[in-house]
Each structure stands twice: as C-alpha cells, then as structure tokens.
Design a binder for this molecule. Structure first.
Ligand code: ATP
Ligand code: MN
Length: 445
C-alpha cells in the first residue's frame, strides 16, 4: 500500500478505502498498488473480462476485472453491482489499451460501500436527458453529472476570489442577523414568522446593519442568503439568494463602483485560469471584461428605448422588457447611473438639487447584477426620506439612533452572486447555479 502523502491535506484514517483520487493515478508508476473509491459510471462485460468506469470528483479511472486473475466472487459481483453504487477498488496500475485511457487498474479487490437502487431517478452520465425539475428533485445525484459538478467548482473559485479581493481591499467580513424585527426597505416582500409571540421576518438585505457598521469597522462585507417573498416566475429570481454586500466609510459611489469592477475582473480571471476544464465541459467561453465598464445614464437609457420604439417616459422605472431591449444594445457589463431620485430607496443620497439619486445599477446585458450608491449619512435627512417614502421613522428608531452617534459618509452595493454565476457558467436559469433553489413551487429538497 502506497503511503498517503499528507502535504497539508486530510489523511484518511482508512487508507484501505482510498489511496488515490482518479486523477492522481495518471501520475503514478505502472505496477503501483492503488486503491480508488468512487461511483460506478459504467460496466461492460466482455467474455472473461469486465471493464468498469469509476468516477470520483476528480475524474474517471478504468478498472479491468479478469476472470482468471480475480476470485470468482469478485468477478460475479463486478458484473452485477448496480451502476452508480459507491465502491472501493484495489488493484495494480497497468498501461491502458484505449486511446483515451493511458492507465487502467487490474482489479484485485472490490468493496461495495453504498449500493445504489436501480433504476435511479435520473442518469447522471447525462446520456439520458432529464428536465431541470427532475434534476433538482434528485440534486445530490445530479451533482455526479460532470456539467452540474463543473458549475459548482466554478462557483467555489469565484467565491474564493471575491473573498480575496474584498479582504485585500481592507474589508472586514461580517455576519449580521437574518432574523430581523424590522424591514430594511418597507414590508412588501418579507417572509414573516412568529418569533416567541413577536412578529419577525427573514432578512431581505443587510442594508441597515452594514451601514451601521461603517461607523466603527469602516469597511465591511457580507456574503449571505437573503429572502424575498416575491411571487416572480423568472429565470433570474429566487426567493432565497446569495448577495455579496459591501459598505465603505468615506467612499464615494465612484470608489465602490471601481471596487465592483475589480471584483468582477479578478473573479473572471481566476475562473479562466483555474477552471479551464470546467468551462470546456460546459462549452462556455468567458473573456476578461473590458474596463472601465461603459456608463449609461438613465436619461440615455430612456432615449435608447424610445429610439427602439418603446413608450417610456422620463421618470418611469425600467421594466423587465425594457432591460431586455437595453441588454440587446449593451450585451456586456455596463452601468446605469444618474437615476431619478424617486426610483431609488430612502437611504440613497441625492444630488444637491435633489433630483437625481447618487446610485448605480450594474448590468450584464439584460441581467441586473448589482445596485448601490452613496447613502444618506445625516440622520435628519434620513428621517425625512423615510416619511417621503411612506415609512414611519418610529419603526426605524433603532436604525435612526445610530445616526446620532457620529456616522461617517459611506457608499456600498449589493451584488447577486447567483446571477454572477449565470454569467460565468453561461446558464440561463438561475436554478442551475444554486444547489437547492427556492421558488414559489420548490421548497424540497
Ligand atoms: P430585480 O430588479 O432584478 O428584482 P432588485 O433591484 O430587487 O433586483 P436589489 O435589491 O437591488 O435587487 O438587490 C441587489 C442584487 O441582488 C440584485 O442586483 C441582484 O443581483 C440580486 N438579487 C436581488 N433579488 C434577487 C432574487 N430574487 N434572486 C436572485 N438574485 C437577486
Ligand atoms: Mn436593484
């Protein structure tokens, strides 16, 4: 048995179950004793031989059972064990015969550690297509599909990169409460529940918390789940989604816009560098975005829409269809800036004439990726804004009081991680990039 190298990795207490991942076998010497563990993707009996394809998260290995070299018991088991069962296989590495199989394992022992039923809810090899609903109903099994797995490897790399960029820029990672007693932006889209006899809600955003934290922690970020009780049926909305949120003291909106561009640029570069196999598996190409991203003013957007024959007036919000049309004209990353003040939430600062919001939306084609801006940091002004929006300052007293304790000017944004993953992986349905998506119809698994 080959000794397991620790090289900083988890060393199995039961090395007899696995000495190598499938990929590691490729760099091992012919004649070595190896033990792999994974699931059976395929079994092909051919006379006195049985060929078995074993997959783990790193790739595949071919295993050969020879009737004359293994016990009869193992040979019969190899022929009959249900596909997708989890097995541990011990054997000797030999030169492979097929052109895509440089090395194969001559099996000596096999242990079935987790038998799969037959038939399964879906075929993870992808040979038989399954609908997204069937796949989500069997998500754990669907993840054995190399395409599905590729999505979540890319997600991991992007997330790591985002953490790194924000940390390197001096942002402190925080975790704020998701059980809240007061809505961040009014009550319409909240999930309410009973909290020991009081009304509570699931957080729709960390907006108020992260603003409060700038008075001490200066620059903060949070990557967490948020909840919106919207009954939307689109390919880009879920009722639970992950937002990357930042807030920075003493920053202007231009500062945080630049940070968002840098974060997108870094994550894209890292995915290109580290996930070339996964991108190939998904047949998706991504390129380094051109910076700085184009800036389109709200007024320009309205004019462009009018030119396309859409009846939209200055002051109207951009609806789904408007964004589709704009997304055809601007297919890459672009900003929409200088929004009318009335279209943005109460906490967004305004130009001195009060007409425009100091806010921005980041788009990728039709897809809104991020919203943010400079915030109101004056408590009195914030109180006025709440009233103007039809919200009662009394309900926001816990938030408003922090503005009397010395609140720095600050700016920030919220950025939809799942939507970013749609761009990185080329998926058109947000459900593809979320492990267990929650929408109106889906609460299980
Ligand atoms: P939209 O107009 O697309 O519904 P929004 O303006 O309501 O989004 P924000 O409150 O600005 O969303 O949230 C910040 C970001 O979080 C959005 O730009 C988007 O990327 C992401 N996001 C918001 N709501 C959802 C959702 N229901 N599902 C997935 N991502 C979302
Ligand atoms: Mn928005």
């Amino acid at each position: 048995m080959k000794e397991l190298k620790s090289n900083g990795r988890l060393v199995l207490m039961s090395p007899f179950l696995r000495s190598h991942y499938c990929k590691e076998i490729l760099s091992e010497k012919i004649g070595a004793n190896v033990t792999i563990a994974g699931w059976i993707e395929d079994i092909r009996p051919m006379g006195s031989l049985v060929f078995m394809t074993i997959r783990d998260k790193t790739g595949v290995s071919q295993v050969v059972f020879n009737k004359n070299k293994t016990s009869n018991e193992i040979f019969v088991l190899a022929k009959n064990v249900p596909r997708q069962s989890i097995v541990s296989l011990k054997g000797i590495l030999s030169k492979g015969k097929g052109k895509n199989i440089p090395k194969e394992i001559q099996a000596k022992e096999m242990h079935v550690l987790g038998e799969a039923i037959h038939p399964l809810l879906l075929d993870p090899t992808g040979r038989v297509n399954a609908s997204i609903d069937t796949r989500l109903n069997a998500r754990a099994l669907d993840l054995r599909n190399v395409k599905t797995m590729a999505i979540f490897k890319i997600r991991h790399i992007a997330l790591q990169s985002i953490h790194r960029t924000l940390s390197d820029e001096g942002f402190l990672e925080v975790n704020t409460a998701k059980i809240i007693g007061q809505a961040a932006e009014g009550g319409a889209t909240l999930f309410p529940f009973d909290y020991f006899g009081k009304d509570a809600f699931l957080a729709q955003s960390p907006q108020l918390f992260k603003e409060q934290l700038t008075m001490s922690l200066d620059r903060v970020f949070e990557i967490a789940s948020y909840y919106r009780a919207e009954k939307s049926h689109t390919r880009r909305h879920l009722n639970e989604f992950i937002s990357v949120d930042i807030e920075a003291a003493f920053a202007e909106k231009e500062d945080v816009m630049e940070l968002a561009e840098k974060m997108v640029e870094n994550a894209t570069a890292e995915v290109i560098e580290k996930c070339s196999n996964e991108l190939r598996t998904l047949e998706h190409k991504i390129e380094a975005p051109k910076r700085p991203f184009q800036k389109l003013t709200y007024t320009q957007a309205i004019n462009e829409l009018n030119q396309e024959g859409i009846k939209i007036k200055d002051g109207d919000d951009l609806k789904d269809h408007d964004l589709q049309v704009l997304g055809k004209i601007h297919s890459e990353y672009f900003w929409i800036i200088d929004w009318p003040a009335k279209l943005k939430p109460f906490y967004i600062a305004r130009t001195t004439d009060g007409k425009k919001a100091l806010s921005f939306d980041l788009q990728f084609g039709y897809l809104e990726l991020s919203s943010g801006g400079k915030r109101v940091s004056d408590g009195k002004e914030l109180e006025e804004r709440l009233k103007e929006s039809g919200l009662s300052p009394k309900n926001f007293e816990d938030h408003l009081k922090t503005f009397r304790w010395g609140m720095p000017p600050h700016s920030g944004w919220g950025f939809g991680l799942d939507r970013f993953l749609m761009i990185l992986t080329g998926m058109e349905n947000i459900r593809e990039v979320v492990l267990y998506p929650r929408d109106q119809d889906r609460l299980l698994p």
